[in-house]
Design a protein. Sequence first.
Length: 430
Amino acid sequence: MTTSRPKTQELLELSRTYEPECMNWQAPVIWDHASGAEIWDVDGKHYIDWTSGVLVANVGHAHPVLAEALAGQAARLLNTFDFPTPERLRLAEKIVRAAPPHLDKVIFLTTGSEAMDAAMRLAKRFTGKYEIVSFWGGFHGRTFGPMSLSGIPKIRRSYGPLVPGTILAPYPYCYRCPLAMTHPECDLFCLSFLDQTVAVQSSGSLAAVIVEPYQGTAGFVFPPPGWLKKLEAWAKSRGLLFILDEVQSSFGRTGTMWALEHESLAPDILVLGKGIGSGAPIAALLTRAEVFACLERGEMSSTLGGNPLSCAGSLAVLEIIEKEGLLEKAVRNGAYLKGKLLNLMSKHPMVGDVRGMGLVYGIEFVLDRKTKEPAADLAKAIVLQCVERGLMCGKLGLHGNVMRVAPPLVITPEQIDNSVAILDGVLSEL
């Protein structure tokens, strides 16, 4: 794939020599620069982006407003630790005002994993209990606390005893129901099964439920309408904190600022990341003042959390989203993209399922539609061929057979047409 790209070959050799092979598999491309929904590698080859990095570059790559804000801030002030800055305080005001009204306090951290770890600690501190319910297929980060909540076997495997108190329950992966049922005839049986799961596993110290609005790493698995709202009601009826992990799903990705808006969810704790900085490293945790009040001075902070550089970047991201109408574009262009993907499914039998909303979709490849046998090797081959033809994409999922479709929110209908044409051409030749 890289025979005609000498700079790529040279740099890939540096990677093989000096970097461990413990990061995610990607097509052998060395990114050089990007703009909007387009990427160029070090040899000048052009790509349309279906990754947004990893659902990060919501406002597009190297947006000039974001770049200017970061450059200006870098020349003025980079770090103060916990000393307040105008950038951090203005961002706190804007985030809280944009969030559901009951979430009236925010703390900024550096990564989604760090913010999820903080959410776990806060829930245990506030409730005085230690058990947390999470879900099969869930992914909340790679630091030890969030990793302990993971419902993905390879994330947890071989690390010895994890943080105690995790209770794992089935998530409604309706295309591959883990309980061998069919929606809607199942009447959301997985929620009823949750009672039995907790009864068997809990020691009586339940603190919280943590859930993603959709499971990204598991393969963009979206629960059926109403499931999240009923889960919220289940948690609150038992006095548990309802923690929503919107690290991946926020800042316009699903067509609304927060995915929780689709079902009017009211989480006790909301965790944000990725798109909040669109490349600047920042994450956030929001909750009620009374929940934060359980902490004493110095119990929660971060060396780089809320640093002025990242806060300036996030302020620029919010400005771009509003001024460019990116929420509306995500809805409009997302519907256009979804129609194109569903058309591919009707044409190509190896496409077993297409699911998503806004500008986030998963294309699940199978060897046979009746048996739904996962086609992981085929998915890898499809990704490599697409990248070779100029469509930057990747694969993931519990079975490694799902293509990630998550372009920057600035993608145009013409770019959608061109990118879908590439995938259609690859599938037509299989």
